[in-house]
Design a protein around this ligand. Sequence first.
Ligand code: ATP
Length: 279
Amino acid sequence: MNGTSVAASAASPGTLLDVNGIEVIYNHVILVLKGVSLRVQEGDIVALLGANGAGKTTTLRAISSLLRGQRGEVTKGSIEYRGERTESFTPADLVQRGVIQVMEGRHCFAHLTIEENLLTGAYTRILSRAQLEAALDRVYQYFPRLKQRRKSQAGYTSGGEQQMAAIGRALMADPRMILLDEPSMGLAPQIVDEIFQIVRDLNQREGVSFLLAEQNTNVALRYADYGYILESGRVMMDGVAADLAQNADVKEFYLGVSGAGRTSFRETKFYRRRKRWLA
Ligand code: ATP
């Protein structure tokens, strides 16, 4: 294991988010997270990595209090955002505190224009016309493509543009931390890089922290400061992103595999054998 294990060290003053040993159960019976701990330091980009079904989305939903709508609940452990326990918070309470989730699959309003989609992101803020214009300008500065497409119906824009609109909408809410679920999903590598580059810009220039769930380990580790690898609802490994990218097991299991993942039976069998060894 690289880096410092979260379980072993206490939260430092710069800790924005502290997830401590959470267990999540859906429908009262389906145990999905089995004691997940992770931390996001103020100003960091943290990647939550793992294969399909590892529990990444569930972790993000737990943090943004969106589990209830999915018949899920946190049954053990705690989540603290800036030192405050969040279990009694509604999703709106978290948005008010600057925690904004960009869901997997983008979820744009297909019949609204790109600009109208962006404006929905500011509905929790009371802004004058001039402030709204300034907020839109800020989004367009990061996403010039959205400016070009601002009058287009979102449903007719490309997947990459919709992903940009979803992140832009989060930016309209004046976030301190964005929870970003699978931003690379279904997008061409060039667009994925463009989006991650913008994430890095937002992080560096606006100071927004990110927790991003990704199956695309390769690209996520290139842009993140720190990473956690989830497998079957547990953190298997965590560390500084550059160290994880060099780790032999990470290289073997998560890097260098095609975007489609492990496809052949032989590869799966090999993976299972190695997984047992890792555990
Ligand atoms: P993906 O990349 O497919 O989104 P993930 O790592 O984000 O994967 P989750 O979506 O958190 O994983 O799913 C983890 C497990 O929880 C899966 O086995 C999934 O079937 C199960 N699960 C997710 N949502 C629910 C739900 N609402 N009710 C019951 N089980 C669920």
